[in-house]
Design a protein around this ligand. Structure first.
Ligand SMILES: Nc1ncnc2c1ncn2[C@@H]1O[C@H](COP(=O)(O)OP(=O)(O)OP(=O)(O)O)[C@@H](O)[C@H]1O
Length: 403
């Protein structure tokens, strides 16, 4: 149920997933019309964020995954620390004492990957839910055996290496991985309540109220802040979007899908960016990254800004079925915001109330800072977390006093 097309230009591969934006948009081009409101400098300034038309750059060769080569096995110990085992994939027996999962167990738990255990499908492959012998329920991401195995393998290893480094309440927890013949399996925490996009679409039946949306935004901000500031080395997620946000039973958010995560530039060495092929999802991509191929943590900040607008309006970042001026949700939102008509962008499923209106105004103000065309003008994720924390506090107080 991806909410957008993923750009993965490595190896000249075809798009990973079907799009819910449109099935008739070739090559991920989008050409938002320039704003006609010449008097509005803010809108003109922000309109620079849109790429009128882009073509995927030539792929930089991605790191190949070779089954015959050495691989990294990681798992968390009971203390939460990460244990790594470097070894040949074929030497499974010799490492069994360090492995929590076996292929037989996973195969048995999913009844040979029966469709009845399938819970999702993404660019990486199919996701299954399984109950293991110890009683725990996990999500199993099974890499598809695609023709583009090199890219798949690199993405798989990228996800493993990233996941194995991180532990945060608002990040999907990694348990381990398995390579068995041509099968590549990733075993992660099962998050039971669907994706944020599902909930914004009301697929799960419940409307997310404003308090819950503010909690979700704060959780996501904390998770990304953690990646940017508190992992060593720092990490850039690179694919922040609503279908990568999973919800718990209590409607708290967990950021998933680290397949594209990339090590952040080492600030101690003076580097300010990582040069890389462009990856991410249409509608969420930082325009500066798109044009320069220079990735920084501010690319996540940009995607987070898009996500915030989505969270408050309920709309997808790109809605091609709408009239021209409303197709690019952030452009439409910014225009409404700058013309003093912010309230009209509030998700129609949400009640208009003083507390909701104020939260909308404040969150959008911050979102548009995240969407600044150049990274230098965007706040850090830490700053976003602090601002959101304050907005949530004020919201709760206002709600309380108006009762
Ligand atoms: N840990 C998990 N717990 C519960 N459900 C999950 C989990 N991981 C994925 N899913 C489900 O499987 C679906 C596919 O997930 P996956 O991460 O493979 O792709 P995606 O993020 O939806 O798409 P894309 O490949 O475009 O990023 C998700 O939308 C979600 O419904």
């Amino acid at each position: 149920m991806p909410s957008g097309r993923r750009h993965s230009y490595g190896g000249g591969s075809s798009p990973g997933t079907a799009s819910s934006y449109s099935t008739s948009t070739p090559k991920y081009r989008f050409s938002p019309a320039a704003t006609t409101d010449k008097s509005n400098s803010f809108v003109r300034w922000i309109s620079g964020i849109f790429i009128s038309c882009f073509t995927p750059p030539d792929a930089v060769s991605s790191k190949a995954f070779d089954d015959s080569e050495h691989s990294v096995r990681s798992r968390r110990s009971s203390t939460g620390s990460v244990q790594r085992h470097y070894g040949n994939n074929n030497a499974k027996e010799t490492e069994n004492q360090n492995q929590r999962f076996t292929f037989d167990e996973i195969n048995e738990a999913t009844k040979n990957f029966s469709p009845s255990f399938r819970i999702g499908q993404g660019g990486f492959g199919t996701v299954y839910k399984a109950k293991l012998r110890d009683g725990s329920t996990v999500a199993i991401k099974r890499a598809k055996k695609s023709l583009h195995d090199e890219r798949q393998g690199a993405e798989f290893m990228s996800e493993i290496q990233t996941l194995s480094q991180v532990t945060h309440l608002s990040l999907v927890r990694y348990y381990g991985y398995l390579v068995h013949n041509d099968e590549k399996l990733l075993i992660v925490e099962y998050v039971p309540n669907g994706t944020l996009r599902d909930h914004l679409d009301c697929k799960e039946g419940k409307i997310l109220d404003m308090a819950t949306r503010l909690d979700i935004a704060t959780d996501i901000a904390h998770a990304i802040t953690y990646l940017h500031m508190y992992t060593q080395p720092p990490l850039i997620h690179r694919d922040i979007k609503s279908s990568n946000i999973l919800l718990t039973e209590n409607f708290r958010a967990k950021v998933a899908d680290f397949g594209f995560a990339r090590l952040a530039p080492d600030s101690e060495s003076g580097a300010t960016h990582v040069s890389t092929q462009v990856k991410g999802t249409a509608g969420y991509l930082d325009p500066e990254y798109l044009t320069t191929y220079q990735l920084t943590d501010k690319s996540d900040v940009y995607s987070f800004g898009v996500l915030l607008v989505e969270l408050l309006t309920g709309r997808r970042p790109i809605e091609l079925h709408r009239e021209q001026k409303e197709r690019i949700t952030i452009r439409w939102g910014i225009k409404k915001f700058t013309s003093g008509d912010t309230i009209s962008v509030l998700d129609p499923k949400l009640q208009r109330s003083p507390a909701n209106n104020l939260a909308l105004e404040k969150v959008l103000e911050m979102a548009f800072q995240c969407l600044a065309p150049t990274r230098g003008s965007r706040p850090t994720m830490k700053k976003c977390s602090e601002i959101l924390w304050g907005i949530r506090k004020d919201y709760r107080e206002l709600l309380h006093t108006s009762l």
